[in-house]
Design a protein around this ligand. Structure first.
Ligand code: SIN
Length: 281
């Protein structure tokens, strides 16, 4: 069956019909999915049979997958795939105060080479709740008042692992901590594929705006988040079993909703930074 892309009625996202995890993804189909991610910031692929090597290979088509810093949750069938489980009563189930990712963030913004994209695949979902929210950071940038755009142009921000994650991120071990020093990124990034400007700060990992005093930094970040998290820039993803959600981490931020107490289990792949790692954009 040919792949079909249907844009969602909202600020981001398109449903991709016809992906088949029982056979390798053809180059043509990959290009269609890649273009859909680029055009719509997120893709949703329903009814995909669980196949971890296929998922890993699918993610790898977008760029090298980055094994997550929390290596205790790497999948036994592929360390580039992480398990995010809660309330499952198994050893892999996380017990942080809040579920993993339950704060607004862009993956790996705390790394020198942040992530291009994230893919999440559902293997267990609660009967209600457990949605994932995403905000379109192209639209957030474009909707800023001209004065604010001028103010933030050329500014940089410092990002730190676990900065403001409200009990959703486990503490790093000493080794994990040592390999994750603070990093600096521009507040306004240019997307390498679309050349559009993106507001590149997030409440979870952005610690401060550099070269301004602490109060000014706090006020500015509060203003930027208040704007970026307006409902008109947000998509609420409702999970079905065996569904894949892909998000462009450059052009969006996302948050897991902490409103369930039944089992929920996701497989997650994080695509590295192809811009820096030298893969053609
Ligand atoms: C994540 O942000 O990595 C997880 C999001 C989710 O589980 O919905």
């Amino acid at each position: 069956m040919a792949i079909k892309v249907e844009p969602l009625d909202g600020p981001l996202g398109a449903v991709v019909y016809g992906l088949d995890s029982s056979k390798p993804l053809s180059e043509e189909d990959f290009r269609t999915v890649e273009q859909a991610m680029c055009d719509h910031v997120a893709i949703v692929a329903p009814d995909l049979e669980e196949n971890v090597p296929w998922l890993r290979d699918f993610g790898t088509r977008f760029g090298p997958l980055v094994p997550h810093v929390l290596d205790q949750y790497h999948h036994p069938d592929g360390f580039e795939v992480s398990i995010i489980a809660r309330n499952t009563g198994t050893a892999e189930s996380r017990d942080t105060a809040k579920p993993a990712g339950a704060f607004w963030h862009s993956d790996l913004s705390y790394e020198k080479d942040p992530s291009d994209a994230i893919f999440l695949y559902s293997t267990q979902i609660p009967s209600r709740g457990g949605d994932t929210l995403a905000a379109n950071m192209y639209m957030a940038y474009e909707g800023l008042p001209e004065k604010t755009k001028q103010r933030i142009e050329g500014l940089t921000a410092t990002h730190r692992w676990g900065w403001n994650t409200g009990g959703a991120a486990p503490k790093l071990t000493k080794t994990q901590q040592d390999t994750h020093p603070d990093v600096v990124h521009p507040v306004v990034r240019i997307h390498p594929k679309t050349a559009r400007k993106i507001l590149y700060v997030n409440p979870g990992y952005t610690m401060c705006i550099n070269d301004v005093d602490r109060h000014e930094s706090d006020d500015l970040l509060e203003e930027l988040y208040g704007h970026a998290l307006k409902p008109e820039y947000q998509y609420r993803h409702k999970w079905e079993l065996n569904m894949l959600l892909g998000l462009d981490n450059r052009a969006s931020i996302h948050a897991a909703v902490a409103d369930y107490d039944e089992p929920r289990r996701m497989l997650r792949m994080i695509v590295g930074n192809t811009e820096r790692l030298g893969k053609a954009a």
